[in-house]
Design a protein around this ligand. Sequence first.
Ligand SMILES: CC(C)(COP(=O)(O)OP(=O)(O)OC[C@H]1O[C@@H](n2cnc3c(N)ncnc32)[C@H](O)[C@@H]1OP(=O)(O)O)[C@@H](O)C(=O)NCCC(=O)NCCS
Length: 150
Amino acid sequence: MRIEHLSDHSDVISELANWYVSEWEPYYGDTGPGDARADLEARTNREALPVGFVAIEDDRVVATVALGLDVTTKLTPSIIGLLVGQNHRGRGIGTALIETCLDVARKFGHQRLYVSTSVLGSLLDRMGWQEMGETKFLNDEHGSVYVRDL
Ligand SMILES: CC(C)(COP(=O)(O)OP(=O)(O)OC[C@H]1O[C@@H](n2cnc3c(N)ncnc32)[C@H](O)[C@@H]1OP(=O)(O)O)[C@@H](O)C(=O)NCCC(=O)NCCS
């Protein structure tokens, strides 16, 4: 598995936008406020936020993530849009993308990195992240906000 800039794979933005709509329908669906394609296209920076990444296996994109502003918490830089393809979950790809975000945030000179999530709590606890509060997503699901000093 390789992790590369989204800017090197802009041909997969349409496919990733469809994944986003399926996974986060209340936000990216027809009646939601988000625009998946526009958000992904904005992440084709390399040296500035928001910066997107993809995980590649056998020349196919299997996951994506970005470092940027979290629209729910308004915290930046945050890990945003982390999505691993359904057939590729549970094999460490999400963890590897989180590590990439940590490395890139350090390289950009940030002192803290944030993420809001309702599913990654146990993993983030193990990776040394601190829970700093709660948040509510658009689908009314409650999540926790985590911070990691860099
Ligand atoms: C959550 C997600 C990114 C994890 O990616 P992954 O590649 O499966 O993750 P890893 O294999 O590195 O496992 C990391 C942790 O993710 C969680 N996880 C793994 N598979 C999961 C699944 N199918 N559903 C929910 N959480 C899962 C577990 O907490 C796991 O830690 P564990 O070792 O305590 O079980 C992936 O399941 C996904 O894309 N889910 C849908 C979108 C989403 O919820 N994104 C997260 C937004 S913060």
